[in-house]
Ligand binder design. Structure first.
Ligand code: NAD
Length: 267
């Protein structure tokens, strides 16, 4: 950091979780970043992650006021409580959201926040996955529904939502490439007697077990050939690094919605 430059001040929502702990460590290691406070269940694991204090969403206002960015890897419920309860304090602050499984209500909450703040939501902060999204969209545009598209993902046993946010983002990319709406062609798993596979379906399959950090595979299966595009995350720090890159990029931007494509210049 150049002499005299102010550090980027961060409030970490979900600070005591798996991702929050990795983020807190990285913030301490990286030059030019300062962890102002954490938000989580209080008391949970105490403040053993390097933040000076862990607050609930309802008591975090004065800390948010001191921050430039709020980085959130928590749960849809915590995020909604935070954004709705601290609307005034959050105005003008950058909001980087990694929480998945938001649903329509979570999207509505973020759309509201984006009227007053720059907001970036990413189901996956890895550069590789964002490249994979672009490749999947391109492949679907070229191959259309001549091939059957299936998205297979695997995560650790504690993951709360399924299919993963990244799997759904891949499904959206495939649907966009084909010029259809994912809602019209989405199928989650198959069991019983679903019958012959209709043309155009996009299928999702979720594997859960052990401590798998995150794996995604897009299968585009034709009659005589099969294309597979995949990504394996080997370390949670991958997502944390991407989220902090997004935080540095987003701070000070005008209010509105942004994506990792903007951060990475993927167009
Ligand atoms: P975790 O369960 O280990 O941690 C969740 C944190 O949020 C904890 O600090 C917990 O105290 C807090 N929290 C959650 N609900 C709360 C509530 N109602 N009140 C108070 N505190 C609450 O989860 P994790 O593995 O760290 O993942 C967090 C989120 O990040 C999940 O949605 C996960 O899918 C997502 N994630 C996203 C990416 C990405 O690249 N976008 C990568 C990994 C995980």
């Amino acid at each position: 950091m150049p002499p005299g430059a102010e550090p980027l001040r961060i409030v970490l929502s979900g600070a005591t979780g798996r991702m929050g702990t990795v983020l807190a460590e990285l913030i301490h290691q990286e030059d030019g970043l300062e962890l102002v406070a954490g938000i989580g269940r209080v008391p949970e694991r105490g403040c053993d992650v390097g933040c000076p204090v862990v607050e609930t969403p309802e008591t975090a206002g004065s800390w948010i006021r001191q921050a430039d960015v709020v980085v959130d890897f928590s749960s849809p419920e915590l995020l909604a409580r935070l954004v709705e309860g601290q609307g005034a304090e959050l105005a003008g602050k950058a909001l980087v959201v990694g929480t998945t499984g938001l649903g329509g209500e979570g999207e509505r909450v973020l759309a509201h926040a984006a009227q007053r703040s720059p907001v970036l939501l990413a189901a996956n902060f890895s550069v590789g996955v964002n490249l994979l999204l672009a490749l999947a969209e391109r492949a679907a545009a070229v191959l259309g529904d001549d091939v059957d598209a299936e998205v297979v993902e695997a995560h650790h046993r504690r993951k709360a939502d399924a299919p993963s946010g990244t799997a759904l983002a891949l499904g959206e990319a495939l649907a966009r490439g084909r010029g259809v709406s994912l809602a019209d062609v989405r199928v989650d798993g198959r069991s019983g007697h679903p019958g012959a596979r209709p043309r155009g379906e996009i299928g999702f399959h979720a594997v859960r077990g052990g401590d798998i950090v995150g794996e995604h595979r897009v299968m585009l299966v034709g009659d005589r050939e099969r294309i597979e595009l995949g990504h394996v995350a080997q370390d949670r720090a991958l997502f944390a690094e991407g989220a902090l890159r997004a935080a540095r990029w987003l701070a000070g931007k005008p209010a509105g919605r942004y994506t990792m494509r903007d951060v990475l210049g993927l167009g």
